[in-house]
Design a protein around this ligand. Structure first.
Ligand SMILES: [Zn+2]
Length: 320
């Protein structure tokens, strides 16, 4: 992954930073977008899909809808303990694992994305939340173990564990840091710039990049799209209330041998609407499951979705 990301840094941008004459630290901070613009969207957020089918952990209990406050005001935590306390008390997350003090900005970014989902729920504050948020080195291993589909950036099993990949975030940060370190900025300015790098800011910048259709797969137009996409899977699964039907809407590798009743018609419909579905993202064309997660992700970010798409979204069990 690292090679992929680093190699995709646009050398023009690196050069433009390198050639920047000695500039004040404050001014340079505002140009982080310039540095990050050099990273292609797909590589930047690691959207390579990792479809792993099959194994289902049936003995685990699935999470249910929680009743949180109707309007939650997110406030950035100043310490890791404070961030975890916010998540457990306000968002109903039972457990955070794998986070260290230096990952505070990652937890804040996750919590803010989850808060946005809760505030956008149809019945405000009534939403299925992950039981556990786990920060792991590589999503691949988890996706393989759980049999769920995962993306390089995040993964959600329908039993309520959300996994976020450390390597994606660290690679992005390191790419920016390396670019800044190799620039002509004064050491002081470099340090100031690097201090200002945060997960939210990086993804916010990535969300404004133009998609390369050949490159980008999942929708990355929102600051929290990794979080909201995975939340989309969780809401979808709960809304279906039928595990077999839900699984039947996965990719061919994920589907059970014998499809659930009604699944065949839905898959046929899905296949006949590939053009429209592709408007959401190329990743949405993978399976009805991914389509629903992608639409949910956009809705939470306030993207206006076509009526026809909304109709399909509801048919496949998407939560409005
Ligand atoms: Zn997905």
């Amino acid at each position: 992954m690292e090679t992929k990301i680093l190699s995709s840094v646009n050398t023009n941008y690196i050069n433009s930073v390198k050639q920047t004459p000695k500039t004040e630290a404050k001014k340079e901070q505002t140009t982080s977008s310039k540095v990050i613009k050099g990273i292609s969207v797909a590589a930047a957020v690691g959207v390579t899909a990792l479809a792993v089918g099959g194994i289902i952990l049936r003995n685990k209990k699935m999470p249910n809808i929680l009743k949180l406050s109707e309007t939650i005001n997110f406030r950035e935590a100043k310490t890791l303990d404070e961030a975890i306390e916010y998540g457990t008390k306000t968002l109903g997350i039972k457990h955070y694992e794998g986070f260290k003090n230096e990952d505070l900005d990652v937890v804040n970014w996750i919590n803010e994305g989850l808060t946005m989902c809760a505030n956008k729920a149809k019945s405000k504050g009534q939403i299925v939340m992950p039981k556990k948020i786990s920060y792991i080195d590589d999503i691949g291993e988890f996706a393989f173990k759980s049999g769920e589909i995962g993306e390089a950036g995040g993964s959600m099993d329908c039993y309520g564990t959300m996994q976020i990949t450390k390597s994606i975030i660290n690679d992005l940060k390191n790419t920016v840091i390396e670019t800044v370190r190799n620039s002509n900025m004064t050491e002081e300015a470099q340090n100031e710039f690097i201090k200002g790098i945060s997960t939210k800011r990086i993804f916010d910048t990535c969300s404004k990049l133009k998609f390369d259709e050949n490159d980008a797969t999942a929708w990355r137009g929102g600051t929290y799209s990794i979080i909201t996409h995975e939340m989309g899977h969780l809401q979808h699964r709960h809304n279906m209330q039928n595990l077999k039907l839900y699984e039947s809407l996965g990719t061919s590798r994920q589907r059970p041998e014998k499809l659930a009743k009604g699944a065949e018609e839905l898959l046929e419909l899905f296949n006949s609407k590939q053009d429209i579905i592709g408007k959401i993202s190329s990743y949405a064309k993978e399976s009805p499951k991914e389509f629903v997660a992608e639409v949910y992700s956009q809705l939470v970010h306030g993207v206006k979705v076509d009526d026809e798409i909304m109709e399909l979204y509801k048919k496949f069990g998407g939560v409005v």
